[in-house]
Design a protein around this ligand. Structure first.
Ligand code: F6P
Length: 547
């Protein structure tokens, strides 16, 4: 496999980045009246405008050559057909199959996984209908009113983000709570107001070994069993979603209460599986299917659209352009719809756990910058907090702006104010304002020359800051499914271009292992001599203070 930096398109892009250093997007818009038409894509449930990037026809052509030289189409085919592209773990990557809604067989190691998926969906439907219709009863015969979903990372962020995003679509026949932190505060606060007779716990863990999840699950079990004298309470109140049946059964959950997970679904891509059970319980199974359909629509687009019109491919190439070639080190995600308030937390795991790596497929150190830090907030809140930095700092932060044509909660006068800000920000970030204009404006407002001389340079906005705008028609199960899948495939393409194995996460293992041994030290009070002096002293300080 050729080192990416040696590809001819890579070299071309390097030169273009150098040549474009002094180009301003204002000029690119001025010389090309068709820029928006050329650099935007309309998909069934969203519009992507990427014209406010520092790109020319030549840049786009070179980025497309890069995608071709990196064989993105071939890798896409490998992923969808079940090749073990997660080669460090020897696993296929088939989260797309979870939403293909087909009966067409897909064989993996001699197993038709289409059957497994469809069986799991049927089991989810029967179960969600039962609980939602009040036919699944707790140990004292009362109907379930509250779901407590215990899981962390990919076994939490997706379901929780989607639950929040789609809360307007719930009939609220069930409350859904999420516990991810092993800080006892979260589970204690969650359980305090609840009645154990009416609570159903879902323990979501692909491995069923994650210590935070296991600790929370044991606390939940104790809470339930101390409230009931019924031997069958656990089977009425505990469900698991896991690929590790043995551990689930050893924990005390009945085999019938286990929903399958498979090694070919990565945790951070798993909300489409039974890990999405809390979503289905909250919204109803039909809406869960709409979410899958929205994602499948993007899968079809990703597989069939030419690279030049392929939204996830374009988003990935722009990220590589902005970060690897133009030097941006972080990327903001700025949703304007309040229901999307967890989107950036979700995308942090999706992109940074996937591609936050620096070793190539061959095991060599990658010398070029890979993916940026992903961060963000609800746009309006950000405007009154960190947008100052986006507009005027020396660091360029490319940003994705995400909004909707219609609000899911129309309140008179609100949506136009919201969206006026949405549109204003990307224009301001792109166009900026120069000193001459600042001076003209201040003069027109009647300020003295002395004041103008003092503040003019402070009010200059250089602009030229890249943004993508994603405009959905409206938040809905379908559009949210599409939005997430759009980013999932962006991340996949990014990984191919940067030669990163996107589907493992070895970087979380070292800390996990150390935490296990330190936990033993905390329990026994014996500090190991193997620690560095800082860690050793911190542990001693902590233990002494505790006494
Ligand atoms: O943080 C590491 C990680 O392995 C994630 O990739 C995963 O989503 C999360 O932990 C939870 O893992 P599990 O579902 O096995 O509990």
């Amino acid at each position: 496999m050729k080192n990416r930096a040696l590809l001819s398109s890579w070299q071309k892009l390097k030169n273009l980045a150098e040549q474009n250093k002094n180009v301003h997007m204002n000029d690119l818009f001025a010389i090309d009246k068709q820029r928006f038409e050329k650099l935007s894509i309309e998909l069934p449930s969203l519009l992507l405008d990427y014209s406010k990037n520092l790109i020319t026809d030549e840049t786009m052509a070179s980025l497309m050559s890069l995608a071709r030289e990196c064989e993105v189409e071939g890798w896409r085919e490998k992923m969808f057909s079940g090749n073990k592209i997660n080669f460090t773990e020897n696993r296929a990557v088939l989260h797309t199959a979870l939403r293909s809604r087909t009966s067409k067989p897909l064989n993996l190691d001699g197993v038709n996984i289409t059957d497994d998926i469809n069986n799991s969906l049927s089991k989810m439907k029967i179960f969600t209908d039962k609980v939602r219709q009040g036919q699944w009863l707790g140990f004292s015969g009362k109907r379930i009113t509250d779901i407590v979903s215990i899981g962390v990372g990919g076994s939490n962020l997706g379901p929780q983000m989607v639950t929040e995003a789609l809360h307007q679509y719930s009939d609220h026949c069930l409350n859904v709570h999420y516990v991810s932190n092993v800080d006892g505060t979260q589970i204690a606060d969650t359980l305090r107001p609840l009645n154990p007779e009416k609570v159903l716990f879902i323990i979501s863990s692909k491995t069923f070994t994650t210590s935070e999840t296991m600790t929370n699950a044991k606390t939940a079990l104790k809470w339930l069993t101390s409230a009931s004298f019924d031997d069958t309470a656990v089977e009425k109140h505990f469900i698991a979603v896991s690929a590790n049946k043995e551990n689930v059964i050893n924990f005390g959950i009945k085999a019938e209460n286990i929903f399958d997970m498979w090694d070919w679904v990565g945790g951070r891509f798993s909300l489409w599986s039974a890990i999405g059970l809390p979503i289905a319980l909250y919204l109803g199974f039909e809406k869960f299917l709409e979410l899958l359909d929205g994602a499948n629509e993007i899968d079809q687009h990703f597989c069939n659209a030419p690279l030049e019109e392929n939204a996830p491919v374009i988003l990935a190439l722009l990220s590589v352009w902005n970060c690897t070639f133009l030097g941006a080190q972080s990327q903001a995600l700025l949703p304007y719809d309040q229901p999307l308030h967890m989107l950036s937390a979700y995308m942090q795991q999706a992109e940074m756990e996937s591609n936050g790596k620096s070793v190539s497929w061959e095991g060599d150190s990658i010398e070029y910058p890979t993916v940026p830090t992903i961060w963000g907030e609800i746009g309006i809140n950000g405007q009154h907090a960190f947008y100052q930095y986006l507009h005027q700092s020396n660091n360029i932060v490319p940003a994705d702006f995400i909004g909707s044509v219609e609000s899911v909660t129309p309140v008179q006068g609100h949506h136009e104010t919201l969206m006026a800000n949405f549109f204003a920000q990307t224009q301001a970030l792109m166009a900026g304002v120069d000193e001459e204009q600042v001076r003209i404006d201040l003069k027109a407002k009647g300020y003295t020359q002395e004041y103008i001389d003092k503040v003019a340079s402070h009010k200059v906005h250089k602009g030229n800051r890249p943004t993508n705008t994603i405009l959905m028609e409206r938040i809905s199960p379908k559009s949210i499914g599409s939005l997430i899948a759009l980013y999932e495939h962006k991340i996949f393409v990014q990984g191919i271009i940067l030669q990163i194995c996107s589907f493992d996460q070895w970087g979380v293992e070292l800390g996990k292992g150390l935490a296990n041994s330190i936990q033993q030290e905390l329990l026994t009070g014996q500090v190991s001599h193997k620690h560095d002096s800082s860690t050793k002293s911190l542990l001693k300080y902590y233990m002494n203070k505790k006494k």
